[in-house]
Design a protein around this ligand. Structure first.
Ligand code: NAP
Length: 250
């Protein structure tokens, strides 16, 4: 195995699977986590945790660790770290690729309103509705101005500071099966879902349940990432790595 590691910017299920895949192919892998999740899923290979200190910090880390290839496998909505990765790759000239799961597309029966910012999302919610807010805690504040709406805020870990919404309840859980989501949406008498177009299967169950129940979804579109070479799955990224670093493999 080459001493020069591949650095995966992670925090997603795909990043964890990619790390395992590249390890199995004989590469040395360092996965990087922001450190936001209290109990992150177990990762194969080496793991480092916490911010780098902006693009400059990431550039320094890549140089110090003699990183051979950089993979941005962060969440589609994690924009800052992805911008930093792009700058760091351009500066250090390490080969760079982004792994990004494809977005969801509306299917027959879906009632989606597409929005592109949190502000637009807040305005798109009808008055007196009961809304499942399936967003990270750092995105909740703009909804505070909608005192006319009942929010059910679903999160995995409890928020560190109290939410300043006016009318809300907190639900600490992960998305379940389509049946679980259907039961949840019905029991809470939810009329709308607000979520981001994250893609992937784990959080798609609520979208399917909404379709089955005829519930409208206010769907926040992904940020654009022009200029980043992006591949949609682990298979194609692992081919890219083989082609790029083949000579370093044992
Ligand atoms: P962000 O706004 O793009 O990142 C904010 C800062 O957190 C970055 O500038 C960086 O700090 C640090 N950071 C983020 N990801 C990192 C990583 N993988 N390794 C080391 N430092 C990292 O990201 P975010 O939206 O807060 O998401 C944080 C992490 O959670 C990401 O890794 C992402 O994959 C994961 N995640 C995010 C979401 C989401 O909805 N946004 C959902 C699931 C998982 P420095 O500038 O100091 O380096």
């Amino acid at each position: 195995m080459s001493d020069r590691p591949i650095l995966i910017l992670g925090g997603t299920a795909e990043a964890a699977k990619l790390a395992a895949r590249l390890m199995a192919q004989g590469y040395r892998v360092i996965s990087s986590l922001a450190g936001r999740t209290r109990e992150p899923a177990k990762l194969e290979g080496e793991v480092r945790t916490g911010g780098f200190g902006g693009a400059r910090g990431l550039i320094g880390y890549i140089a110090r660790e003699n990183v051979s290839l950089l993979i941005d496998a962060t969440h589609p909505f994690a924009t800052q770290i992805s911008d930093n990765a792009l700058v760091a790759a351009a500066t250090t000239k390490v080969p760079f690729v982004r792994l990004e799961r494809p977005a969801w597309h509306a299917r027959p029966g879906d009632k989606w309103t597409s929005v592109s910012s949190l502000e637009e999302t807040v305005s798109a919610i009808p008055t007196k509705s009961r809304v499942l807010l399936a967003l990270g805690r750092q995105h909740i504040a703009p909804f505070a101005r909608r005192g006319d709406v009942h929010f059910v805020v679903r999160m995995i870990d409890p928020p560190e500071v109290p939410l300043d919404l006016i009318d809300f309840e907190l639900e600490l859980s992960k998305p379940g099966s389509v049946e679980d989501e259907t039961t949840f949406l019905t029991k809470k008498r939810l009329s709308h879902i607000v979520c981001r177009n994250s893609g992937g299967s784990a959080s798609y169950t609520k979208i399917k349940a909404a379709r089955d129940l005829g519930l409208p979804v206010i769907m926040i579109d992904r940020p654009h990432r022009p200029g980043t070479y992006t591949l949609p799955d682990i298979e194609s990224v692992s081919h890219f790595v083989d082609e790029t670093l083949g000579s370093l493999r044992t």
